[in-house]
Structures are given as C-alpha cells and as structure tokens.
Design a protein around this ligand. Structure first.
Ligand code: NAP
Length: 296
C-alpha cells in the first residue's frame, strides 16, 4: 500500500509568516511603511473574540500595526458603516476585517460593499471577486489561497488535472474554483444538489472539500493517487463526554489511497491566518502603487 503524505499546514504557514515578517521589515526600513490591520468585532460571541485576538497577535508578530474596533451587539448597520467609512480614510489602516457572523440587524452584503476594495483583505468585495475571475488584480480570499499554496507545496501537477471542489460558498468553494481554473485545472464545483457526488469525487486528481459535514467523503470516493485538501472543521462527540475536531474527509480511510492529504487540525487552518497577513502586506504595497512583494 503506497504511503499517503501528510501536507503540513503548520510548517507551510510558518514559512509564509516568516516571509511576510521579513518583507514588513524591509518595507519599514526602505519606505517607513508599517502595514496596519484593523479587525472589527460586533457583539461578544466568544469564538469571534478568540479569532479576533489571534489575528491581532499574528499581526503584531508580523511587525504590523494592529487595531481593534469593538461595537456592541445591538449596534445598527449605519453605525458599522460609519466606522468602516472612517477606517477607509485612515492612512494607518491597510486591511479592514469585519469578523463574521454579524448580528441579524446588520446586512453582511452592505458591509462587504462598504469596505474600500483596496483594504478588503478578506477578498469578498465584488471588485476583488471580479478581479479573481477575470485575471485582473485582486485581493484573494485567504482560505482558498492557502489551499492553493498547500497544493503548490506538495508539487501536485495542476495544469490539466481534474480538480473537484465540494462546496460552493463565496468564502471557499467559488474562489477555489477560480484559482484552480487559473492554474489550468479542469474544474468541477459540486454542492448539496449534485447527483452522484461520490462518482464526481472519484474523478478528482485534486479534491478540495469545504462542506462542514464530518467525514462526508469516504475512502472509496477517492481516486488512487489523488491530492486531498480538507477544509472542513467539525466538532464531534467522542466517548467519555469529550469532543474531537475532524474534517470533511474520513482521514484514516484516505491512508494508502490518496497521494497526500491535509490533517484537521493542522492543515488548512493555519494557512488562513498566514494568508490574511500576506493580503495585508499586499494591500499596503498595492494601494500605494508599489510592486507586490514576492512572498508566494
Ligand atoms: P458553507 O457556507 O456552509 O457552505 C457549505 C457548502 O457545502 C455549500 O455550498 C453546500 O451546498 C455544500 N454542502 C453542504 N452539504 C453538502 C452535502 N451533503 N453534499 C455536498 N455538498 C454539501 O460553508 P463554508 O463557509 O464554505 O465552510 C465549509 C467548511 O469549511 C466548514 O466546516 C467551515 O468550518 C470550514 N472552514 C474552514 C476554514 C479554515 O480556515 N480551515 C475557513 C473557512 C471554512 P449548497 O450550496 O447547495 O447549500
């Protein structure tokens, strides 16, 4: 049985973060520019508080300026939009990240539309989405870009490969499809209404799964030699009253079939935050008309 290689997201993310930090040092030394990332948290959701804190910590470790704005859970959409307008004008801020989910009285799309596309480090603004699909300049969503970097790190042959993505969210699946198309893959984007999902998956040389359904993809859905990127994060209960985090792919069943697979945790997750730092550095350069640093 051939050995399945583990794709080490932690190691790749550490490399990218070190490259970003080195570029930030050079930017400060040569041009007195310190990239700035501002997170906005509306409400006090405990998980969101943790995410925002870890993004702030990562920014500081990269040598960036870190700003944090907090609004109460009952804030109006107008209040949030006014804050975004102020940050759009703030020269110290290169990246604006609104932590999701938002309270129900605030429309997610209005918020995305309000962020200056040049500071949209999540890559959700229509101008960045259009740039990604049309091959123009764009800030690219962090999770799918991280998946692409992991595929490159495995030296998977992308040009001409059959790539199947399961999950079509704006956050992961759709931008992943655009990225793999750009790499000359033949792309299939599957979702909850797709018929014969296992048959579609079995065609894949490259399989990216972003569904949010624990171990949906079984070993017998995999083409021997496929490279698997598992984006899913699912908490499952295990005997003894404890919980465990698993992906969307049955990891143990993939062993000996897949050529390589990302673990969960420790695969895609660490890349997402590293790519957020990359986007902030890019935004700091591009919005001042400077060339994009070569950091992957
Ligand atoms: P989402 O917005 O809920 O989208 C899920 C997608 O999966 C939808 O397109 C849905 O199809 C499809 N789907 C649901 N059930 C399915 C099934 N049984 N068969 C086939 N397709 C199915 O989720 P998301 O934001 O993309 O996130 C997906 C997973 O990735 C979650 O576990 C999330 O926690 C994880 N995630 C991880 C990271 C990271 O940094 N590691 C980042 C983002 C997300 P329809 O469109 O037809 O409804």
């Amino acid at each position: 049985m051939p050995e399945t290689k583990l794709i080490d997201g932690k190691a790749q993310a550490a490399k990218l973060r070190a490259n970003v930090a080195a570029e930030a040092v050079a930017l400060k030394a040569k041009r007195s520019i310190v990239p700035g990332l501002c997170t906005i948290l509306v409400g006090d959701d405990p998980a969101s508080q943790i995410y925002v804190r870890s993004k702030g910590k990562a920014s500081i470790e990269a040598g960036f300026a870190s700003f944090e704005e907090k609004l109460p859970a009952n804030s109006s959409e107008a209040e949030l939009l006014a804050l975004i307008a102020r940050l759009n004008r703030d020269e110290r801020v290169d990246g604006i990240l609104v932590q999701l989910p938002l309270p129900p009285q605030i429309g997610r799309q209005s918020v995305i539309d309000a962020i200056d596309p040049k500071k949209d480090v999540d890559g959700f603004h229509a101008q960045n989405v259009g740039g990604l699909w049309s091959g123009g300049p764009a800030l690219i969503p962090c999770t799918p870009y991280g998946c692409l970097l992991l595929l490159r790190a495995t030296q998977a042959k992308l040009s001409g490969a059959e790539a199947v993505i399961i999950g079509r969210s704006n956050l992961v699946g759709r931008p992943m499809a655009a990225l793999l198309l750009r790499e000359d893959c033949t792309v299939t984007l599957a979702h909850s209404k797709s018929r014969s999902l296992s048959g579609i998956a079995r065609r894949a040389d490259i399989l990216v799964v972003a569904v949010g359904h624990a171990e949906l993809v079984r070993g017998d859905w995999l083409k021997p030699g496929a490279v698997i990127i598992d984006v899913g994060i699912n908490r499952i209960d295990v005997p003894g009253g404890k919980a465990r985090i698993v992906g969307d792919v049955a990891f143990a069943e993939a062993q000996g079939i897949a050529a390589a697979i990302t673990p969960v945790p420790g695969g895609v997750g660490p890349m997402t935050i590293a790519c957020l730092l990359r986007n902030t550095l890019l935004a700091a350069c591009l919005r001042r008309g400077l060339p994009a640093p070569a950091i992957g």
